[in-house]
Design a protein around this ligand. Sequence first.
Ligand code: ADP
Ligand code: MG
Length: 683
Amino acid sequence: MGGGSLEASDKIKVIKGIGDKTEKVFHKLGIETVQDLLEHYPRGYEEFERPVPISSLTEGITASIEAGIAMTPKLKKVRNLQIVNVQVKDSSASMYLTWFNMPFLQKSLRSGYHYIFRGKVVRKNGVLVMEQPGIYQKESYYKLLRILQPVYPLTEGLTNNMVTKAVKQILSELSFAKDYIPKSITREYGLMDRTKAIREVHFPKDRDSMMNARQRLVFDEFFLYILALRKLKEKRTQQHSEYRMQECEECDQLIRQFPYQLTNAQLRVWQEVKHDLQGDFVMNRLIQGDVGSGKTVLAILALLMAAKNGYQACMMVPTEVLAKQHYKSLTEMLVSFGIRTCLLVGSMTAKEKRETYETIKSHSVDLIIGTHALIQEKVEYDNLALVITDEQHRFGVKQREALMNKGGHPHVLVMSATPIPRTLAIILYGDLDISIVDELPAKRLPIKNCVVDTNYRPNAYRFIDKQVAEGRQAYVICPMVEESDEIEAENVMEYTDRLRETLATQVVVEYLHGKMKPKEKNDVMERFANGEIHVLVSTTVVEVGVNVPNATVMMVENAERFGLAQLHQLRGRVGRGEFQSYCIFVCGSSSRDAWERLEILNKSNDGFFIAGEDLKLRGPGDIFGIRQSGEMEFKLGDIFQDASILKAAADAVKKLSDREVDKIFEADPGLENKILHKGTGTL
Ligand code: ADP
Ligand code: MG
């Protein structure tokens, strides 16, 4: 990079054009330093093609048209959204264009003027429209033809242009990028120079160069992550246990009391966990099992065992909704054994929290269930012997560490439903032993699936009416809109309004989205769990772990916009009880690929199989497509898509001597922390 004066560790304020206000907006994306901004990689690229006639547009594609404004634009307000609508036409046809929250366009788009509009073609009320298209003067558009333009992840108040400019400036002024990987390795694996890779990933010369650059950067992400795990493992293994537990009669009693027989897989994993808890060394174990395989009871058994041995134990989950649910079922199951439980979540009042801290410290409770609130500094445990994290992929390794450090060296149990093949799991959870619950409870009726187009909606609604009349409940997952949380929330609310009109009058419909306060979310979830709400319209916030066995319908709108693994998680919200359950995937696209992909879900209910098929279908070329799992996020790397790079990186780390590993970490004392805390991945 140029011979300028910027340092990687400089605050982004040093960049021209970034003042206090813009700096704050960047902070929202976790970008504080020049280095952070360099690692704010594009989520894709735009390649501008020649404009096409309006009459040739089809649903789902992104295209450019050259057209004239046919009338004065209209501005309308829907709740807190301002929508500009305008009709344009070329010699072939006319169509409508729509923009959200850009009211000034009403004045600046003048009737009779010609522009090039580029955007996604969608179907609204039966006709094709373009939403949120870019607007270009003809000359400037033609200059951009065929160049790969970076498209960055954004947040409110930040435009793609602002990010592009800032990154350009850094690249011209920063002399080189830090490279942690030993030369011997970059040579052996044929990796592009890191400085060049960073440049090329932002502003690629061509597609090939971009792919090579990306490969190098993904390798780095994986390499450093695996390296940090290796350090962790060194620290942990063979740690003598301060909490050796005794066999506990109550656990067997609890197993006999369950309304069902444990599966063989559950019994086997319970033996493994029990063996660890009774052994000489500290447990570090991952329990992996598909959604619905019954991991919760294993956690409950382990918690009971710890409590009966006189220790405290806690379980951390990613959402308050889930925390409450676990807390409730746990308390019901364990109260007869004299176990005292409590809940600790962020939305509690300061007073409630203070009181809870006191009960925990004085060991007036045995088991504590909660969210991140469990690792706040103020929480002091007494004899914390076991720490469980559920749906662990949502937590950083560091958070897991923070929780561990609350005790002496407590046993650690991590539970995950992300379907990763064993070979990858061994790499990604290198610091843990792995148990797999590879069997679903018997007697469970397989979920019936269908993939349908939007014309099927009336049938789906009638079906939901019928299910509700029979006493069941339904989820409807609403169109995801990437651009903004506000629009996403808006969609959910609008959809809810429509459902309330469409469904039978006695059907109670409510909504849930990420912008609601935790308390509101809890409240809605609780009413849904109690059966007071029949149909829950939601974004993917329900995806994680929620258990409402009476819900039998999962309807997903715009299913083509989700990763298959995520759809599989969503589907896991139904089929949890004795009733036949149904999953309706509504495909909003007519593209054959989208349908083929969704067909995989139609054919199989097995998460591992689905992940593998998805990968095969997409092939290695489709790098910025839908992410396989919205959860295990590295910045660039996708553990499925880039499985071969992951394996290569693991292989490379293995070849290093301890001395070489130490050297890498010594060169940058903050590195380990950075990798595990935020930089790479949220594993
Ligand atoms: P997950 O593995 O996704 O966390 P849960 O632990 O939430 O799954 O279990 C899903 C549902 O299956 C719960 O309603 C639970 O009571 C039930 N369940 C668990 N184990 C069994 C079993 N052996 N037989 C029948 N039902 C079970
Ligand atoms: Mg679960």
